[in-house]
Every structure is written in structure tokens, then in C-alpha cells.
Design a protein around this ligand. Structure first.
Ligand code: AMP
Ligand code: MN
Ligand code: MN
Length: 339
């Protein structure tokens, strides 16, 4: 089976549809998305979960590993009633579906559940996807996992309604940077149009998920941006801009970690650098490293070499040591990449 630019193979779609249709209405279906879920992870999973409920499946649970906190921007997403903490997942579900997960390392303790499931459907759009799961709906050319989730729900015969559409719209808007990134194709706008046609109010949704933050998050952003360093000679002269945020920074402003999720966007707007790095402390000496490129560097290759993953222009990995050491590692990886 190949995963070409035309998307998942027909037999994979057919197998996914058959896996759902084979289940009785009271079968236990477990949905999982990645740790520290973003709009695409939650939106794809919950939109699909609502679709299963519309089909009459009564026992659908959704979860993600680690800290069980839904970021405030998604606190009004439809389908949140399907969410349970990791520990309350079905222990032996008949079917598992995994959304927006590039590798099993992003599943934490839930990797074993996926491994043990009789059937696991992986719905994802990361080029770095490692190939786990028994049925694979993986298309690196999809702008968001929700593009694939919407196709599967449609193939199952569920009409879009406003709740399902809001989930998929949040996912699509998140992963396209509000319809700005390269993958924002005609098909993406056509999908957005079909979603909006259910009665969505894009302005309200955008305000809620992108343009609302607590005062403390704004002050924290000011500090983190204020300490950014520009290194024009790095990456063979392509330029590197980087900054970091510690757990102490979060504590000082009484903010949860997810407020840092989008902070790389103002940093990567710096004209003098192709590559952007944001290093976020997640535990003592452990850092979530976000990488972005404007096009000259395939940052997913750097991330994969460090055990992480992602897309060509947006990727990440877990780093160790001091923040400066992590950035030095990235600088060295860039030198190796370019020689
Ligand atoms: P972020 O910088 O967290 O917004 O992530 C950018 C992209 O890199 C997303 O597609 C993530 O799925 C991917 N990514 C980030 N961190 C990791 C990691 N530790 N392992 C695998 N993929 C990651
Ligand atoms: Mn994601
Ligand atoms: Mn995604």
C-alpha cells in the first residue's frame, strides 16, 4: 500500500468503514488523540466521536494521555462530554481510533491500549508518521487530520451538522494557521465552506480560539518575546531566532503550559531568520522544543533525528539539559543538515 499525494488507498478507506460497520451499537469504541492536544487533535477526535453517536453507537469514549486539562480556547468545543481521563478509557475496546498522532511516543501510557486492540485505525497527516496501527488513513498532504476525519465520517454516511462541523472547523483553522499556510488549498476552502454552511460563525470561533487570552498570558508572552535572541550567522547564514520559557515563568504568571503553544508564531515572523526555535520547559531539565522554518530547512528531519517528529516546516522533539544546550544542539543539527 502506498500513501501517495492522492491520499490513503481505497482499500484502507474501505477497511476503516468496514471496521466501524462490523460493530454492534453497544460495542466499546475508544478514541485517542495526542498528548497536550491542540485544536486539530481535539477537533478531529470529538467531531468523529459525535459522528459515531449520530450513527447510534452509544459507547464512545475519547481521551488523551498525560495532564487531563482541556486548554481554555477549546473549553466550548462540542463533544467534550465524550472526553474521559486516560485512566477511564475502555480497558478492552472493540475498536480504537487514533487522531493526529505521528508516533506511539505521543500516546504515552495509551500506546499499550492501541497495541492490544483487535483493530486500530490511525487517522493522521504527519509525514513523520511511524506506521503504527492496523488500518492507516495517513495523508501527509492533508492540511489537518480533520480533513481525513471528515472524509471518514462522510463515507460512513453521517451528514455534517453544526456540532460536528464546529469541531472540524476548529481543527482546520488551527492547523492551517487560520487558512494562511501552504497547505491551504482549494479543497481546504471548499471543506471550510461546507462546514460554515451548517451555520457556524467563523468570527466567534476565531475570537474564542485565537484572539482571547488571560492578562497573565499576555504578560508572560511579553517576557518570553523580550528575551528572544537573533543569530543571523546560524544555519549557514539563513538565520536562527530563538527563545525559551521555563516552568518558573509559567508559575510567576500563574499560567498553564498550553498558553505557550502559539507563542512561536510571533517569533517566527522575524524577517532575519529562516529557522525559529522555542524551547519550553516541561520538567526539570526536560524541554519541549518547537521548530519552524520559512522553507529553506526541513525541520522534521532535525526533529526525527532527536526522536521527535512533525512536518517539513513545523516540527518538534523533547530536549534535555539547559535551554542553551538544547539550542546549541539545534544549531549543530542545522550545520550538519546544510553540509
Ligand atoms: P509544536 O511545535 O508543538 O506546535 O509541534 C509542531 C509539530 O511537530 C506538530 O505537528 C507536532 O505533532 C510535532 N511534534 C512536536 N513535538 C513532537 C514530539 N516530541 N514528537 C513527535 N512530534 C512532535
Ligand atoms: Mn496536533
Ligand atoms: Mn494536525
Amino acid at each position: 500500500m502506498t500513501e501517495s499525494s492522492s491520499g490513503p488507498a481505497a482499500e484502507q478507506w474501505d477497511a476503516a468503514v468496514a471496521a466501524v460497520r462490523a460493530l454492534g451499537g453497544d460495542a466499546e469504541i475508544q478514541l485517542i488523540c495526542h498528548v497536550s492536544p491542540d485544536g486539530d487533535a481535539l477537533g478531529s477526535m470529538l467531531g468523529f466521536g459525535l459522528g459515531l453517536r449520530r450513527l447510534g453507537y452509544s459507547r464512545v469514549r475519547a481521551t488523551f494521555p498525560g495532564d487531563f486539562r482541556v486548554p481554555d480556547p477549546y473549553a466550548e468545543m462540542p463533544g467534550l462530554e465524550l472526553l474521559v481521563p486516560e485512566a477511564d478509557s475502555f480497558p478492552e475496546p472493540a475498536l480504537v481510533l487514533v487522531f493526529d498522532v505521528a508516533s506511539e511516543s505521543r500516546l504515552g501510557g495509551l500506546a499499550a491500549l492501541v497495541e492490544a486492540a483487535p483493530v486500530s485505525v490511525v487517522v493522521d497527516h504527519h509525514a513523520s508518521n511511524t506506521g503504527f496501527g492496523t488500518i492507516r488513513l495517513v495523508d501527509p498532504h492533508a492540511a489537518a487530520t480533520s480533513v481525513l476525519a471528515e472524509q471518514l465520517i462522510t463515507r460512513l454516511g453521517v451528514p455534517l451538522d453544526a456540532e460536528i462541523a464546529e469541531c472540524f472547523y476548529v481543527a482546520l483553522a488551527t492547523d492551517t494557521g487560520s487558512f494562511k499556510f501552504d497547505m491551504t488549498t482549494v479543497a481546504v476552502h471548499e471543506l471550510a465552506a461546507r462546514l460554515i454552511a451548517t451555520g457556524l460563525r467563523p468570527g466567534d470561533i476565531s475570537r474564542r480560539i485565537f484572539d482571547t487570552k488571560p492578562f497573565g498570558a499576555m504578560k508572560l508572552a511579553g517576557e518570553v518575546l523580550g528575551r528572544a535572541v537573533l543569530d543571523p550567522a546560524a544555519a549557514g547564514g539563513l538565520g536562527l531566532v530563538w527563545t525559551y520559557a521555563t516552568l518558573a515563568d509559567l508559575a510567576r504568571h500563574a499560567q498553564p503550559p498550553y498558553v505557550l503553544d502559539t507563542l512561536i508564531d510571533p517569533v517566527r515572523s522575524v524577517a532575519e531568520a529562516d529557522v525559529t526555535v522555542l524551547v519550553k520547559e516541561i520538567a526539570d531539565g526536560q524541554w519541549a522544543v518547537s521548530l519552524r522554518s520559512k522553507g529553506a530547512v526541513d525541520v522534521s528531519r532535525l526533529a526525527i533525528s532527536q526522536g521527535g517528529g512533525g512536518h517539513r516546516l513545523a516540527a518538534g522533539f523533547t530536549g534535555h539539559g539547559a535551554a542553551g544546550d538544547v539550542v546549541d544542539t539545534v544549531r549543530r543539527l542545522l550545520d550538519d543538515y546544510l553540509t
